[in-house]
Design a protein around this ligand. Structure first.
Ligand code: ZN
Length: 94
């Protein structure tokens, strides 16, 4: 992902991402895990520095009717973001 590509994402854009989950594995222990599914959200913060290719975005995940199993706002890199209308093979699978 180049900086130019990263700049095409802006605050307010609707995207789809794989939320980071905290899976309980023992009564007092959780394991970090990346969701196998893409979930919709909105970019609420953009941090693209000119001299870095690691643009960081804060995405607020859309509410869900059931109790959610992830933090509502999470950080993602540009190459983890899919546009809401993305039709890549990864999006087609979810
Ligand atoms: Zn996609």
């Amino acid at each position: 992902m180049t900086v130019d590509n990263a700049r095409t994402f802006q605050v307010g854009d609707r995207v789809r991402v794989r939320p980071r989950l905290a899976i309980p594995i023992k009564p007092h222990q959780v394991a970090a895990c990346l969701s196998p599914f893409l979930y919709p959200g909105e970019i609420i913060q953009c941090d693209v520095s000119a001299d870095s290719e690691s643009a960081a975005f804060v995405v607020r995940l859309e509410p869900h009717q059931f109790e959610r199993v992830w933090d509502l706002e999470q950080n993602f890199y540009a190459d983890e973001l899919h546009r809401h209308d993305c039709d890549c093979s990864e999006c087609g699978l979810s």
